[in-house]
Design a protein around this ligand. Sequence first.
Ligand code: HEM
Length: 126
Amino acid sequence: MATHASFMPGVKVQNRVWTWLTTVDHKRIGILYGTTSFVFFLLAGLESLLMRVQLARPDSTLIGPQAYNELFTMHGTTMIFLAVMPLSTAFINSGRRLPAAERAQLLALSSRRSPLELRLAPRHGP
Ligand code: HEM
């Protein structure tokens, strides 16, 4: 299976960075998501550190109220949208794919039957 997009068919791509940037392999894409998530997790951690230092002493003038509010927004947004959400995609992408036949079977079952019906239905029924 091809693991990177071929913009120029016939030309073999040697550059390692380029193969990562153009990969279509779901596990590698998952690793890219995980790395991105970790980088933003550290960045949001730095933001929270600044807030903690500001709050460590009363009436601290380290960053001031306006910058504190901005950091609050950036820390929350960075953590949720740029760290937690890509992390879930990283785990989803790195999972093992079921063989096509099993996927089709599961899809057909789940679209037609409720969980209770699935539990009660005979294994090899129609
Ligand atoms: C998974 C998401 C998040 C993680 C892992 C996280 C992690 C942290 C950590 C480790 C601290 C330092 C705590 C301390 O110094 O006592 C912190 C501080 C803080 N976080 Fe978050 N955070 C997340 C989401 C959010 C969100 C969504 C908001 C608000 C919209 C938020 C607002 C704050 C504030 C105001 C502080 C400073 C409070 C303080 O230090 O006493 N965080 N966060």
